[in-house]
Design a protein around this ligand. Sequence first.
Ligand code: T46
Length: 148
Amino acid sequence: MDPHDIHVQDIHVARSGYVELTKINDGHDGNLCVLEQHRDVPFEVKRIYYINNLENCVSIRGKHAHHELEQVIFCINGSFVLKLDDGETQQEILMYRDHVGVVLGRLLWHEMHSFSTGCVLLIAASDYYDESDYIRSYDDFLQCARDH
Ligand code: T46
């Protein structure tokens, strides 16, 4: 892959950006991708979770923002569409490169949809799970983003 491919779809929303992991191609023996805290992601990684078994291509996940949590989201198999909204600008990013993640900064509304068969998402997060950090109302999110 052309290393400049990462710039094909620029990210316009605030509090986001790409993270490109080292990818070691072992030919017929597959690939090995490495994520190191502070080196690859701009925060201490306290939690990793993955989402798989997405049976329905019309499924929608996300639809929230976080007050404080910072994350990087990867699509390590298949593809999906990541919709980002910073309160002023929205954009959709096709996620299909296993070693290229997208930063989900604080106060960034995100939705995931159009999952391919066999799609697997992997997320590195800056903190432990805390439901009180979620903003699940879009109106509340807009208010928080305006006050930011
Ligand atoms: C996010 C996007 C990218 C836990 O108990 N512990 C956890 O660490 C997580 C991530 C979730 N949960 C529970 C909370 C819900 O009862 O699992 C259930 C499903 O979570 P949710 O509906 O929030 O899943 P998504 O895919 O909409 O969102 C997830 C993360 O929750 C969220 O932080 O940014 O992935």
